[in-house]
Design a protein around this ligand. Sequence first.
Ligand code: EPU
Length: 430
Amino acid sequence: MEKLYIKGGKPLQGVIETGGMKNAADPIFFATLLVGDVCVIENVPDAADIRHASEILTELGAVIAYMGDHTYQIDTRYVNRANIPNALAAKLRSSYYLLGAGLGRFGCVETGYPGGCDFGSRPIDQHVKGFRALGATVEEDGVECRIRCNAEEGLKGNSVYLDVPSVGATINIMLAACRANGTTVIDNAAREPHIVDVASFLNSCGANIMGAGTPTIKIVGVENLYGSRYAVVPDMIEAGTYIMAAAATKGEVTVTGVIPRHLESLTAKLLEMGVNIEEGDDSITVHAPAPDAPPMHAVRVKTAFYPGFPTDMHPQIATLLCLAGGESKLTESVWANRFQYVPELQRMGAKLTVSGSDLLITGVPSLTPANVRAVDLRAGAAMVIAALATEGTTIVDDIHHILRGYERIVEKLNAVGADVRLVKLPDPIT
Ligand code: EPU
């Protein structure tokens, strides 16, 4: 059992380098299975989800070598099946990318239900609709908890309209369509930067994908793909988390290696809150407020699909708004059950009321230390921000959620003056 002991109350100061985006690196790892050749992937974050994706590929017969400096060589030439046990599938949400990649390469795939954060229902009906449109049969076996897809006659390009611009469904259908016979058009596709990144990787391997980053993506099937060398896009959510940690602690921090355009919805909100923030070409600096500066302003925030305000920064900005002056309102429009962190922040003295999909926040001058849980990945990041901004020692439990998605978070924060200790305790006897 691991916990974080965070002695907060000190402004963060210095430079934090952003790593590669977990939610792009994961699908790119599974995409190497579709490619069936030797790929070299750079700028891969050192996060637990990546280790789980590697474990799945290795189980299937891929040969993965870490070459240092966040770079992996992945050889999937000799993989001849895409069939994994339930326990492996449950280790991460992205295991569902095995469906698109396996269908595209072998015409058949079998996996268990994916894991990941618990936001209540996380349907995959749009993935299934896409696979069926391309000619696959999809069987969900609720007893064995298995998903089986088959395309004995091969996949055939088709048009797919997504009812919601789902990140996972867009990537999965793109994967399946790359080597299908004919052209696939995905309408109402997700536009997140990781969609563009996965498409760019696949194109670097010989795929023919156009329009990624727009609501209409066209994929002209090709017979074969080949290996390439590719660097994963910077993680906008990791960068945004550190930017908000800097603002919450009234620190002076430059987050480097970012694409500022990806963070516009956040920087616009922070400016509205009165945070002194400055964009460079590939960096964002949060300047410390003057000692006599008033608290940050209360604002309204609504999460939305990209380029809207990301749901994956919802818990973090909620924490920041707890420290703003006045009443803020945060509306969640992607995940119904995103508010599970609310009791944790309340334990630290936050004044929060959930009303349907709205969170009403009354700012307080400061939070108080407490023992809190990371109920999911981004909620865990929010607890870390709250703890850093609070005088005294806060203990954050269940941090395996945080470690799934934030590489070397303890080292990165301590390098800018935080006092964070990761403590390993023996597991309780059950
Ligand atoms: N949806 C459906 N049917 C589907 C798929 C999705 O109704 O078949 C709905 C969902 O219920 C949700 C919305 O569409 O309301 C968006 O879901 P999406 O499919 O985009 O989410 P996802 O692919 O399961 C990824 C990220 C999440 C992030 C969301 C939204 C990965 C592994 N996960 O999930 O990231 O919150 O997109 O941007 O890429 C995180 O990193 O902390 C995280 C949870």
